[in-house]
Structure formats: C-alpha cells, structure tokens
Write a new protein. Sequence first.
Length: 482
Amino acid sequence: MANDLRISQVYGGGGNSGAYYANDFVELFNAGSAPVSLAGWSVQYASATGTSWSVTSLSGSIAAGSYYLIRLGQGTSGDGDDLPPHDALGTSNMSATAGKVALVNSTTPLSGACPTGGNIIDFVGFGTNANCYEGSGPTPAPSNTNSVMRKESGCTDTDDNANDFVAATAAPRNSASPTHSCGVDTPALTLVKDAGPTAGVAVGDLVTYTVVLENSGAVADAGVYVTDTLPSAVDFAYWIEQPAGADVSAGQLTWNGAVASDTSITFTFAVTHVTTLNLSVINTAEFSGTFQANSDSATYTTLFTPPYSQGFDTCPAVEWQIYSVASDRDWICGSGYMSINGYNADEASNDWLISPAFDFTQSQLEALTFDTWTRYTDSGTPWPQLSVMYSTDYSGSGDPTLATWTDLTGITFSPENSQTWTPSGEIDVSGINGARVYFAFQYISSAPTSASSWRVDNFALYERPPLSVSYTHLTLPTKRIV
C-alpha cells in the first residue's frame, strides 16, 4: 500500500484529562512531487477490534511535500490546547490508546474488522490491541500526550505500521506548515531566536537577542536573506557577535549570503528597553532561502505593577512560566484556565507555574486573589497538593528551587475532590518588599498512580484603598457666666 499520499500522524487523546490538545486529529502527508486532490475522499475510524467505521469527508488538495490536518472529536475533560487551523473537520471520537484509521478514496463506509480493497489508500492500526494493521503489527501505543507519528516527517512507508511509526509528543501539522521533501537533497534551514533575560526587565535594562540560522541539509543554499525588525520598545545598543555583512539600520537587522551544509550562522546583539513597564515584548526574526522560508520569535516581559489580572483566556499567557522539577506532566492550558494532573506521570510530580515579576516599590496595600478547582484524591500527599508562594530572589528563568520561596497563608482552596471553583479570598501581600517579586503555584503529587488534578484561574493583584477615618464634629452646649 505504499502511496505518495499517506497517514502521517494519529492522535486520539484530545480533550482527555491531561491531554496536550483539545481535539483528536489525523494528519496526512503528500510525499510525492505533485499535488493530490482529495475531492470525494475520506478518513475513516474504527475501534481497535470494531467493525463499524465512522466517516469524515475530505475536500481540497494536498500540495507536494505538504501536510493536511483533520480535526476530530474530543474527550469529556476538555483539557488541552486548541489545534492549529484544520483543513478538514469531523466528529469521530477516537481512542487515546488503540484503534484503526483508513485513508479511503471514497466516502462509502468500510465494513468488517479488517477491510481490504483498492479504494483503501493507506491504513494504520495503532496501539497494541488493534486487530488490523499493515505489515508485522500495529504501531506503538499512543496516549493523552503522545501521538503515533510516521518516521522521517512522513517519508517512511514500508507498509509495516510497527516499523513505520513511533509514539512521540503530539505535534500537529497543517497545510500552512513548512513543506518536507522525501529523498531529495536540499538545504534544510532552520532559524531560532532567543532573548535574555526573559522576565523582570526594567526601563533602561539591556536585553540580549541571539538568532541562529542553521543548515542541516546535505547541500548549501547560496541565496538566504535574514531580516529582524526590532520592536518599538527597544533601541539597538551594540553587536556581540556580528557575521560578515550583517547590519542594523533604522531598527532593522538585515543580512544575505550563503549558508553551507552542516553549518550555522549566529547573530548576537544587545538592545535597551526604553518604554514603559507592564509589557510583553515580542520580536520576530525571519529568513527566506531558495527552497524555504520561516521565522521564529523571542519574548521578554518587563516588570509588572498592580493592578494586574490574568484569566488565562489567551493561553499560555506569554508572561507566565512553566517549569517541571520532576515528572513529565507539566502545567497545561485548559479552557480559560491552567491545569495540572500528575496521574500516570513518569514519576511523582513537582511542577511550577510562575508569574511575571512585580515591582512592589511602586505600590502599597497590595492584595492577591485567584480561584482554584480540584478533582481526585492523592493518598500520599495531604490536601491541598497546591502551594502558593512568593520570591524576591528568583532569577526570572530556570529552576525555581534555586531561589528562596515563602508560603502565602490564609488561602481558601477548593475542597478536596469537590470539582468546585473556589475563590481564594483576599490575601494580604502588602508586607512583601522588592523590585522583582514573583508568585508561584507549586503542584506536588505522591506517585504517578495517586495524584489529584488542580486548576488555577482569575489571578488578580491589586492595591486596596486606604482605610478611611470618619470624624464627627461634636458641639458642646455653652454656659453663660453671669
């Protein structure tokens, strides 16, 4: 069944507890050199041992070397990020761990546990329980976080599901994703941009930008252009590493030249933050080559001052940090909140959600509120499995356990296993002093098999009004002295 058009990725954990994405998806890839029309085609799904097939109709076409994303149903938990824009839409609710998917050049439902016929363009049995597959066996088992992904970006197709697929962190691609060529020697350019520091930047502080352009391909690209338009919040300061031909003029970095195979070119320079606080500053560098064009962005956040609120409706919030000290179950975006669940992790969890830096020298009578929600019981860690702390010496990035953190007290948490959103109550934080104050939510679980689920929303830091004192004017009676 080796065809240019093939199933390149399958993910059935969408919307389940702890899922990375809110919806299931199937991804297609065109490994050929010409576009392929999908008019009248379908993707069909059956359970691991099922005989009934659900049909999702397709439309449009897939360009050579391009991907095609089919968004499907979702689990009841609602966890996970939104998928990138889809190319087709269906409602099939796939299993997270085992099932069967077929790419069919018609919309007529298949029948039977292991259908055959020339109308089946590609077939994937995923997970150890699938009773039909190509080749020697089904793919490895996916999960709520892992998809099964065809090797070599979709190029490997030996008609053997067990050999052709690996289980890996779900990474959906659509028709707007970079193209990929199979079996053709071309440059393979990537561009990565970083900023440092990434948090707690004050007016007048220096920020270092690093742009790395790399060619991991087997041949050079002689016509590459790099541009980087600096944001209005910064002024160029000086070069740290300046490749030949690179220049910054009128707030824009430009360079063009050749990038040899298996080499990289690094641009490093400093800028000065010159505007106000309470900002997330995003800077995007981009390149265009003979065969490819792409971009990457780096973000730093300034100091913030009260009042500040974060409802996580746009998620992840760019100024917040996620750091895992232990376990592979990180804080993730829910539907307008942040969520963590250590169940089925690789080890007991110690995971942090860290706020931006706040300048407490610019305010007074500060107070903090937020909402929490919890489900399940951790038999080894007492409720609440969530701590809320502050630090005045955290660096703004990296391992938070290297800093000093102090627990906040007087917090009302969601009752154990209540599945109820609960306001924290007003927490007095006016006793904290410092120009860079960070708050953190630390989640702890006792073991991968015994873990609670927590959610955080509506973080708000504000100044309380000063107490008012009322004065009553008292008029005393007068006494006439004769």
